[in-house]
Design a protein around this ligand. Structure first.
Ligand SMILES: C[S@@+](CC[C@H](N)C(=O)[O-])C[C@H]1O[C@@H](n2cnc3c(N)ncnc32)[C@H](O)[C@@H]1O
Ligand SMILES: [Zn+2]
Ligand SMILES: [Zn+2]
Ligand SMILES: [Zn+2]
Length: 441
């Protein structure tokens, strides 16, 4: 339930039809099916459940995140979730938010397609920004753009829009636009200064052509002379460069299947299972534990592990955090000893350390030595903590544990939560997942 008055007795109105977006793949239930061959089938099932109801007295909305009737409402809900993330985040903490875009289909509401207001007209008293502003049928909803502005207005620092370029994007049937191949990952900080370990996520310097001048690999270069004339900033330590803001991976694949009947988890999926043939002649794998063939569950929107891995490596300390105050330990930087041997006349501002588009500075690479960022002086560390408020199949938990971090996952669907628990324990040996008291297992 979102918005409204907590004292209200709530009189829920009619369930609204689910928004039939062309390519809705933000967070939430619809998104799970984006990019999958069985999307149509699953979406049909999801559509039959409707997309939520407004309270006729206070205007609260009862529905699942991602199924909101307007992009504005969706953005407001994400801002609410992110406000809670900010509340529990350390002041020097960062957040990464994967936000895909979608195409509007406000005509679905049988009202004036230009306004898309008809079926939300009853919600006059609610405290949402109600009107579907701007988006006409087929219009991009501009979810990442709206989110960034709203989150910035809510106090977050927006530091990057990372482009997650998908190598295996969904082919598009739309003949009047280009195929979407990427999603945004919004990189946010809670404060102006925050923990960020660029060294842990540096990428290899690849050979590139710049104009007609062919760049050499760092180890081939005789720096700094070879750098003259290029406007490309000096790469800090010759072993890699600061990671760029386009990350290219395929979408995640996760073969694990969960039997909802006996609650058994099969990490390798259906391989080697006997089959049952139904009345239509279709074959179904039979659960080796309980014999059912009609209670299988999988998660359809898993991250490729590389994605949370970059966020976790950059955003949390590999060494850990002070056990007393939680401050991350940071990497000790070291001067390379490379001297700027340019003639002073060529050094910008006549200063050997000044940078400009044509200058360079002394390189300061990270090391594998660490120092505390607090003054507690206890010397003891605990693993850094990662929070994923949309845990799904638990990819963030798997990767966090593999990288030596602790993690806390929140997941709406208890079946996914249980499958995630099984997956993490299976994929990370020795890792024990705790369920809070009272949570359904
Ligand atoms: C895109 S999936 C995340 C998948 C995850 N990154 C992984 O690799 O498995 C989004 C998840 O958020 C969950 N979800 C949706 N609304 C939620 C809410 N209000 N609170 C917690 N989880 C929610 C969905 O059930 C779904 O599993
Ligand atoms: Zn109400
Ligand atoms: Zn079973
Ligand atoms: Zn401390």
């Amino acid at each position: 339930m979102w918005g409204g008055d907590s004292d209200c007795q709530h009189v829920w109105g009619d369930e609204m039809p689910r928004v039939g977006n062309e390519n809705r793949n933000g967070l939430g239930s619809n998104s799970e099916f984006a990019g999958r061959a069985d999307k149509a089938k699953i979406n049909k099932a999801a559509n039959s459940t409707g997309s939520g109801q407004f309270c006729q007295s206070c205007g609260a909305w009862l529905g699942e995140l991602g199924a909101e009737p307007t992009p504005q409402m969706y953005v407001e809900h994400i801002v609410i979730v992110m406000r809670e993330v900010k509340r529990v985040l350390r002041d020097d903490g960062v957040a990464f938010l994967n936000a895909a875009d979608s195409y509007a289909n406000p005509g679905h509401y049988k009202g004036n397609p230009g306004s898309g207001r008809a079926s939300v007209a009853k919600s006059e008293t609610m405290n949402y920004s109600k009107a579907w502003v701007g988006a006409k049928p087929k219009d991009m909803c501009l979810i990442p753009e709206r989110l960034k502005i709203a989150l910035q207005d809510d106090g977050w620092w927006i530091r990057n829009t990372v482009v997650w370029q998908k190598t295996n994007c969904m082919p598009s049937s739309a003949g009047d636009r280009f195929t979407n191949t990427w999603e945004s990952i919004i990189f946010l900080a809670k404060s102006q200064r925050y923990y960020f370990d660029w060294f842990a996520v540096k990428e290899s310097s690849t050979e590139r052509k710049l104009g007609r001048k062919k760049r050499k690999m760092p180890e081939e270069r005789d720096r700094p002379k070879d750098h003259l004339g290029s406007s490309v900033p000096y790469e800090p330590d010759g072993t890699g460069r600061r990671r760029r803001d386009v990350w290219t991976f395929s979408t995640g694949k996760h073969s694990g299947r969960f039997c909802l009947s006996c609650r058994d988890y099969f990490p390798k999926g259906f391989r080697g299972m006997e089959r049952h043939t139904d009345e239509q002649g279709k074959e179904h794998p039979i659960c080796p534990t309980c014999g059912r063939w009609d209670t299988w569950m999988a998660h359809y929107a898993v991250f490729p592990p590389d994605l949370p891995a970059i966020a976790i490596r950059a955003g949390t300390s590999e060494h850990g955090a002070c056990v007393k105050c939680g401050s991350p330990w940071e990497r000790i930087a070291q001067k390379t000893g490379v001297k700027n041997s340019r003639k002073p006349a060529h050094v910008p501002g006549n200063s050997p350390t000044k940078t400009s588009s044509t200058g360079w500075r002394h390189a300061v690479p990270g090391t594998d030595e660490w120092k505390p960022t607090c003054k507690c002086g206890c010397g003891a560390v605990a693993p850094s903590i990662v929070l994923d408020p949309f845990g799904g199949s638990g990819t963030t938990g798997v990767v966090s544990a593999q990288l030596g971090r602790s993690s806390i996952l929140i997941e709406l669907n208890p079946d996914y939560a249980e499958m995630g628990k099984c997956r993490i324990e299976h994929e990370v040996s020795g890792c024990k997942v705790l369920f809070p008291k009272g949570a359904k297992r």
